[in-house]
Design a protein. Structure first.
Length: 115
């Protein structure tokens, strides 16, 4: 499975961005999906999760109420809507797919929140 993230960039505090993850697998709908983020020198942090059917989501406390994860299984895509962005949200954001013992990572997209 190949995962390609897009949508990152530079945004001012309080602004919004929408990240996308495009998957190559025709079986995308069978994968649980996640967004992670990482700042240089720190461990990768789980941001949001969504089940294969899209019926259950979960968020890190630091982004609850500001971020929303979603997926479109017909288009093999996943999204992360990020609102009310803060400087501490600055990180490389990674898409992650998992099914049974198989896991896949994208290359990441940089999000920078700065005035």
């Amino acid at each position: 499975v190949q995962l390609v993230e897009s949508g990152g960039g530079l945004v001012q505090p309080g602004g919004s961005l929408r990240l996308s993850c495009a998957a190559s697998a025709s079986t995308f709908s069978s994968y649980d999906m996640r967004w992670y983020r990482q700042v240089p020198g720190k461990e990768r942090e789980l941001v949001a999760t969504i089940t294969s059917a899209g019926d259950t989501t979960d968020y890190a406390d630091s982004v609850k109420g500001r971020f929303a994860i979603s997926r479109d299984n017909a288009k093999n895509t996943m999204h992360l809507q990020m609102n009310s962005l803060k400087p501490e949200d600055t990180a490389m954001y990674y898409c992650y797919a998992a099914k049974r013992y198989f896991t896949y990572w994208g290359q990441g997209t940089q999000v920078t929140v700065s005035s």
